[in-house]
Design a protein around this ligand. Structure first.
Ligand code: FE2
Length: 178
């Protein structure tokens, strides 16, 4: 599974701290072991059913990580020390925000459907549960917990704000096509 995760996520190499990189990869490995989905299916299943245009789960998730990194790079360039951004935390969190979705699916007669965990437990919660097993730091757990609507009523960190917007700016435009 280790190889499969590195194939899915070449962006893991952007995490400089080896301990954080290994833990981030381990969460994905474990989630894939528990998932009804095979790693290859993540590159096929659509990330949203709002459009018939085929954008895969992985294409969307990887684009979010790239947008986070580029945004942070530009923010650092323009704002310097005035806005401290932890790049390792940002990338690890961006890779992990949707890992809980791997537990949301079931397979019925070979078809991918929403399972009980998907109906009853949204992925920010299951994602934090998965990441806690591997001792990810609170700064990363926070990003998973707060990236979606559940985080709207709280105060997000700088990295949490960046990943929230990267995630939504690449999701909401698809709604206009529905
Ligand atoms: Fe999400």
């Amino acid at each position: 599974m280790q190889e499969a995760v590195h194939r899915l996520w070449p962006e893991l190499d952007w995490i400089e701290d080896p301990d954080l990189r290994a833990k981030t990869a381990r969460v994905w490995e474990y989630a894939l072991e528990q998932s009804a989905l095979e790693p290859e299916e993540l590159e096929i299943i659509p990330f949203t059913l709002l459009t018939r245009k085929a954008v895969s789960f992985m294409a969307h998730k990887r684009s979010v990580v790239h947008i986070c990194r580029e945004s942070a790079r530009l923010m650092r360039e323009f704002y310097g020390d005035a806005l401290p951004i932890d790049m390792d935390v940002l990338i690890a969190g961006a890779i992990l925000i949707d890992v809980g979705k791997l537990l949301e699916y079931d397979k019925v007669d070979g078809k991918v459907v929403q399972g009980e965990a998907g109906r009853l437990l949204r992925h920010p919660f299951s994602g934090v549960g998965l990441a806690m097993r591997f001792d990810l730091p609170p700064s990363v757990l926070h990003m998973i917990a707060m990236h979606a609507k559940e985080g709207d009523t709280g105060q997000r960190t700088i990295e949490g704000i960046i990943v929230h917007h990267a995630d939504f700016m690449t999701f909401e435009p698809f709604k206009t096509l529905a």
